[in-house]
Design a protein. Sequence first.
Length: 367
Amino acid sequence: MEALTHRCPNCGGALTFEPSDQQFHCPYCLSVFTEEEVTTFEQKQKQAKAFAQDETNTQSQTQTTTQQNEITEDAYDLYSCPSCGAQIACEATTAATECYFCHSPVILSGRLSGDLLPDKILPFKITKKEAQKQFIDWASHKHFVPRAFFNEQQVEKMTGVYFPYWITEAKGEAEISGQATTIRVWQVGNVEYTETKQYHIHRKGKFHFKNLVKNALTKNVQKKMVEAVQPFPLEAMQDFHSQYLSGFLAEKRDIEFDQLKANVRHEMGDYALEAFEDTIAAQTSFQPEIQESKVLAIDKQYVLLPMWLVTYKNRASSNKVYYYAMNGITGKTAGILPLDSLKLGLVSGISGVIVTALLLLGGYFFL
């Protein structure tokens, strides 16, 4: 499997994607490139390399490819950094990372190719500095949160990660019918009148739902937190190019759509029935007799969506890990916050002293 770094066409330095202007920056010569310019340059480089290869190189590449195909999905794999040659250890689902020695962005291209090639990617809009500032503002206004949760060292650990998702679209038919009742009550003078009407209601039609987002990563244990930062502006997604991963981490999917298909069908069918029921919500009551939905077609896209993440291990609470996530486009946040037991205890103690003093003071006046 090939580990690659996207290079600057001018000086050969490692390029990184800058969310603020949606372009690719070289930190060495300060050149800036569009995605089209980087892609064109790399295509010319590949053509020149292919032209210069001899039979020996071709055979060597074939042997390497065979060895790469034999790599198993172990817990960790080793790769060589294209910039400094250092060994990089990463989990089986990691698709983009950073060299811990030279800090160059490294993309494991083989993990995002073939069937694992994403259809779309939603590039980051919020820069790391913007995300860090928002995180500090958010955490500093939370009472009883330990200072270590948002100090300078902790904030520097904030990481931009592309997570894998399935985006689904479904078309189908639904039908609902039953007995509806409306009750109207009014009063004339001292007499109260009640009018009861019963109807047979029937709804039948077609439905078309788009952009149902489903998690595609098993180890995404903080699923509820990650879902809490949705929605994403999916209309802004771009065709996938690995250049967008430069400077960020990325995960590849390990949940196939076939594992989710039955659940998606059920979920889409329920949405359709709820939508049909909403059309008869004006009735006082409704007793359904028929509720049927059928998904006729499902379309899917494999996409990468951006998030800024912070993790914190609270040593004062049995090393429990806490998480903070931010939508990389909208800035919407969610988190599980640690509590500073010292601050909490101090405030509780002060509150107890104040209550005791007030009781004593009240007793003094009544004596």
